[in-house]
Design a protein around this ligand. Structure first.
Ligand code: COI
Length: 355
């Protein structure tokens, strides 16, 4: 389309943008939309592949009112991060895993999907074009949001005839406002995030709006987030609104086994590997709420959330406080993850990718 301009022919950036960094408050980033300079966009082609795609100025997009994403929620999101080291080098964390997860999601949602190489390349292009928005080392990360959507028009319930892959990025700090303290989770008994056979295991956009009511309710009561239970028995823990959950008892680390209702988090997978490296036993299995209540430490993981210690859970009007000062193993796991990302500890599994 004619409004897509290659980066090389875009207008020179205004003077303020020639600075190495944007003039924003890097110490109070939070997790919010910041309009950065460029986004990447590519459409599917008639042969079922994707066009090469291009960067264009960050801005609104046009969609047919009958677009599959608008009418039937045919859309997937991803989340991945770029960060700067002290020496200025820029790295991504496991972008290939994010790409593969999008492919699995696309198969579930009957969507065409860009190849792993196209996906990773688009992320790199988006990061480089928005380089000045990557927070200084230690201040935060550039959160990258790949979107895949049914952009073609459909009226009856059916896969859209055309797909659009878009990548934008925003500088972010802590996901939860009160990131200094530990999270307080409300264990939800009425609303379920996912059902067996549904799309809870993939990053479908349809997984998020249905839990906003439970989140709003919990936030109104002062909780940080909601922890959902399985929809069959209403007693096995699944995950929080946008993060996976772990518990530690003694030297054993446990997390719910993903069976199609729980998202396969990249940070979750990483933490499991790190826990093994550090000599812990890790169990992926069904976990009853009662077991969570008796844990020594509880934490959540996610790309956006990071590794976040849980300070309390509230179940059936009973609030259980964990001894925050004892979040020792959680801190150890988080430190190792950050050390791998910063290049302090060897990255023996090729998780980090230099841009
Ligand atoms: C993540 O990137 O960690 C997510 O789960 C996305 C979330 C903010 C919806």
């Amino acid at each position: 389309s004619n409004n897509i301009t290659p980066l090389s022919t875009l207008q020179p950036a205004p003077t303020t943008r020639e600075n190495e960094y944007e003039e924003i408050d890097w110490d109070n980033l939070g997790f919010k939309v910041t309009q950065t300079d460029y986004m990447f966009i590519a459409k599917s082609t008639l042969d079922g592949n994707f066009e090469q795609g291009q960067l264009k100025p960050f801005g609104n997009i046009q969609l047919n009112p009958s677009a599959g994403i608008l009418n039937y929620g045919q859309g997937l999101i991803e989340g991945t991060k770029a960060y700067k080291r002290e020496d200025g080098r820029i790295f991504l964390f496991r972008p290939h895993d994010s790409s593969i997860r999008m492919q699995i999601g696309a198969e579930r949602m009957c969507m065409l999907c860009p190849s792993v190489d196209q996906f990773v390349d688009a992320i790199k292009q988006t990061v480089l074009a928005n380089k000045r928005w990557i927070p200084p080392a230690g201040k935060g990360t550039l959160y990258i949001r790949p979107l895949l959507m049914g952009s073609g028009a459909v009226l009856g319930v059916a896969p859209a005839p055309e797909y659009t892959f878009l990548v934008y990025a925003c500088p972010v700090g802590n996901y939860f406002k009160d990131a200094t303290g530990a999270l307080s989770l409300y264990i939800e008994e009425e609303v379920h995030r996912a059902a067996c056979g549904g799309a809870g295991g993939v990053k479908s956009i349809t997984n998020y709006a249905p839990v906003m009511k439970a989140m709003k309710n919990a936030k109104g009561k002062g909780f940080t987030d909601v922890l959902y239970l399985d929809s069959v028995n209403n007693k096995y823990i699944e995950e929080a609104s946008c993060s996976n959950i772990f518990l530690i008892k003694g030297k054993v680390i446990s997390t719910p086994k993903a069976n199609g209702t729980i998202l396969e988090g990249v940070t979750k997978k990483s933490v499991i590997d790190i826990a093994h490296d550090l000599g812990y036993q890790v169990e992926e299995r069904s976990i009853e709420v009662e077991e969570l209540i008796r844990a020594d430490e509880v934490f959540c993981t996610g790309t956006a959330v990071g590794v976040a210690l849980v300070g309390s859970v509230t179940y059936k009007a009973r609030r259980i406080e964990y001894k925050i000062s004892e979040g020792i193993i959680t801190q150890q796991l988080n430190s190792r993850l950050v050390e791998i990302q910063r290049g302090i500890v060897e990255d023996k599994r090729n998780w980090i990718v230099e841009v």
